[in-house]
Design a protein around this ligand. Structure first.
Ligand code: DGL
Length: 267
């Protein structure tokens, strides 16, 4: 059974969810974290709904074995098509997802909302549905950016090629007079500077990881589940494969060394 010092389970199709881990490390430094990244099977964003659900089920079973006290779906693609699978398996363990978080943050400040994400997230229409459930009058404009994930994974973070690709994706969105832009993929906070340069300073950039982290804190307080230990948290990273650049790019995501890194199979 989960205790106050049990870890928070955070998972993603790959490395992108580390942007959520970084937010937790900063906001809740005494919490222990177990991260799972399905590196061997990334990208999810171009896969079918049934495959994403099957992979998600395997991952959640793994996290439950680690006796996590809360689960964060740190992947928009999984939040879009497999959130119910996670909630069902988690039972009483609270589940937080980045789409609900991005929706809450954007509708609080904006009515002309742009969303950039993977093709699977955009095709699921999960963001427009969630936003319209909160504000039926909001205008939502979406753009799939299939090349951003491989570029981030390749380390093309401040690279002229990224600049070119980002302009191609963002310029059509800008014709719609959006006043906020949701980074609807957990890889995108890493290329926030390039995105900000192209969209200018009149459009607010929304990083759902920050709201997800605030929600996590509220839930832990409400459930009296904050870790009382005052040492800094322990961080364990589980992946299904370790590509050559994982450690380097992962540490750029986290701004923190990755010490406990283990390859596991969940199939
Ligand atoms: N991190 C995933 C997301 O937030 C994208 C990566 C993938 O395509 O699997 O949607």
């Amino acid at each position: 059974m989960a205790q106050k010092d049990s870890p928070i389970g955070v998972f993603d199709s790959g490395i992108g969810g580390l942007s959520v881990v970084k937010s937790i490390m900063e906001k809740l430094p005494h919490e222990n974290i177990v991260y799972f990244g399905d590196i061997a099977r990334i990208p999810y964003g171009t896969k079918s709904v049934s495959t994403i659900r099957k992979f998600t089920e395997q991952t959640v079973r793994f996290l439950l074995q680690q006796e996590v006290k809360a689960i964060i779906i740190a992947c928009n693609t999984i939040s879009a098509v497999a959130k119910e699978t996670v909630i069902q398996l988690a039972g009483k363990i609270p589940v937080i997802d980045v789409i609900s978080a991005g929706t809450q943050a954007s509708t609080a400040i904006s009515t002309q909302i742009g969303v950039i994400a993977t093709p699977a997230t955009i095709n699921s229409r999960a963001y427009p549905r969630a936003i319209h459930a909160v504000n039926p009058d909001a205008e939502v404009y979406t753009q799939a950016c299939a090349l951003f994930v491989p570029m981030v994974e390749e380390g093309f973070i401040n690279h002229p090629a990224l600049d070119l690709v980002a302009r191609e994706y963002l310029q059509p969105l800008l014709k719609n007079k959006i006043d906020s832009l949701i980074l609807g993929c957990t890889h995108y906070p890493l290329i926030k500077d390039t995105i900000a340069k192209i969209i200018g300073d009149k459009i607010s950039i929304i990083d759902p990881a920050i709201t997800a982290c605030n929600k996590l804190e509220q839930i832990l307080i409400k459930n009296q589940a904050i870790n009382p230990n005052q040492e800094s948290g322990t961080y364990k990273f589980y992946v299904t494969d370790v590509p050559v650049k994982f450690q380097k790019i992962g540490e750029i995501f986290l701004n923190h060394p990755i010490e406990h890194l283990e390859v596991v199979s969940v199939e």
